[in-house]
Design a protein around this ligand. Sequence first.
Ligand SMILES: NC(=O)c1ccc[n+]([C@@H]2O[C@H](COP(=O)([O-])OP(=O)(O)OC[C@H]3O[C@@H](n4cnc5c(N)ncnc54)[C@H](OP(=O)(O)O)[C@@H]3O)[C@@H](O)[C@H]2O)c1
Length: 253
Amino acid sequence: MRLETVFGLKGRTALVTGSSRGIGAAIAKGLAGAGAHVILHGTSAGGAAGVQKHISSMGGTAQELAEDLSAPGAGRELIKRAEAIAPVDILVINASAQINATLADLTPEDLAFQFSVNLGSTVDMLQTALPLMTARKWGRVVSIGSVNQLHPKGIVTAYAATKAAQHNLIQSQARDYARDNVLLNTLAPGLIDTDRNAHRRDSDPEGWEEYARTLNWMGRAGQPDEMVGAAILLSSQACSFMTGETVFLTGGY
Ligand SMILES: NC(=O)c1ccc[n+]([C@@H]2O[C@H](COP(=O)([O-])OP(=O)(O)OC[C@H]3O[C@@H](n4cnc5c(N)ncnc54)[C@H](OP(=O)(O)O)[C@@H]3O)[C@@H](O)[C@H]2O)c1
């Protein structure tokens, strides 16, 4: 079998939420490199312009949509707007909110915000996208989870709980849609060097190095590009007998 037949995404359209930077940007570039038309997304218009330019310079195609996923119904609206561009074959649920707070320090506002971005919009997007994928008899959902969904840390109590719940949603829907060739899986990263961790890395470089050295077996943070291979696997024909699973990319944990 040709590599292109297994991993190629020519003719497919992928919506990658939160692809203006970080892991989402790397995955969007990777899917475009595999041949997909990519719909980029961030909170504000023009935020993904750099990623769009990069994809064009590689000979790929991409468009951008802005939507704040903390707003009620925003996930539904985002899918509708993306479907007006092209049928969304691949949905990468990557955007998330992370507020560091222990249970004792967690405010109702911070809890509600993380629930709305991480879970509310996921429910909205799945409710809207899955019936359309089912009608077309082909769909891939790649949900970006976290090592915290399985090994939660107290400093990210609410965030970790949303990641566990998000994967639970993916599993129930994977079961319900398995016979429609609509496959849903989770890609769960460990510590990755993105803007999310920039404050910690830049304010205490030595502490950051030490943290990364002892956190996983490889003794370092991962890079966003290291998420791309697994994302292509879960977006392509390559995962045709795989659904409801989690691929952990943690450097050994
Ligand atoms: N970095 C890590 O160590 C790590 C580890 C495990 C899991 N993850 C997961 O990996 C995914 C990507 O993380 P990352 O580190 O690449 O994140 P990041 O650098 O903080 O980027 C977050 C992305 O999500 C978008 N976003 C944030 N809030 C949003 C909202 N309310 N509405 C719409 N879009 C929003 C941002 O858009 P703007 O640019 O417009 O703000 C940006 O594109 C997340 O699901 C995260 O939980 C990350």
